[in-house]
Design a protein around this ligand. Sequence first.
Ligand SMILES: Nc1ncnc2c1ncn2[C@@H]1O[C@H](COP(=O)(O)OP(=O)(O)OP(=O)(O)O)[C@@H](O)[C@H]1O
Ligand SMILES: [Mg+2]
Length: 249
Amino acid sequence: MVEELQRTKTGIQGLDKALNGGIPQGNIVLVSGGAGTGKSTLCLQFCINGATLFGEKALYISTEQNKKELYKQAASFNWNIESLEQRNLLKIIYFDVTDGDSFLEKLNALVEDFKPKRIVIDSLTTLTDAMLVSGVLDGQGFSMVQIAETVSPIPRSEKIIAKSVLYHLFKQLKKHEITSMLTTELPEDGKQLSADGVSEFIADGVFLLRGLNVGGTLSRTIDIRKMRYTPIDSSIKSYDLSKTGIILE
Ligand SMILES: Nc1ncnc2c1ncn2[C@@H]1O[C@H](COP(=O)(O)OP(=O)(O)OP(=O)(O)O)[C@@H](O)[C@H]1O
Ligand SMILES: [Mg+2]
């Protein structure tokens, strides 16, 4: 018997429809876009909808905005994240990449303890950049030099190292069948779908967010570039960033 595909609904109507019902459970989805396109808002909404509409626990890890800033962002959309945290449905964590703490260890501990159904990492770019700069893939006893040696005689390139870093992170997320959204900053003129140029190939799905100036007004669009295990409507859709969050009919 073919097992029925479990889906994680984003709770954003038009997006779930385009996904044929939701993101296949356990998928890792990249949320790619330029500055201010709404990546963090989409991810926060994914967590809040999960908690309020479906009673699913969500873990939001930010490497860019601290807790106070995220509370402020949520309040601007009238989302009461404090009450969701008190009800143990949502956990907001600020991870300071300059602290030198082990991200993978921290993630593992959080997942084992909180047991979320949804995870957001905002942003993947900051995190992988920090891992690359520090040269150590924490908790793995794994250094950049070692990674370079394992791929010899292929030239040691940043892409290969980024791929190894991502591989370990993705493996950790996959272990627990948690549906995840990871944000990545997209250069305006870039041909790739992520800042590192490799995570779009490893990820199960890619949402591409754009903000275009059309006749003096900002037109926001989203399209699903990829979503493994489900048919999708990949046409480009407009969305609004309204005072209640992202609206996509
Ligand atoms: N309460 C609100 N009502 C309507 N629009 C808002 C509100 N709050 C923020 N916005 C819009 O959302 C945009 C930023 O959204 P968000 O922070 O989710 O983007 P981002 O892609 O994560 O940005 P960054 O690249 O800086 O991380 C703002 O530039 C603003 O136009
Ligand atoms: Mg953001």
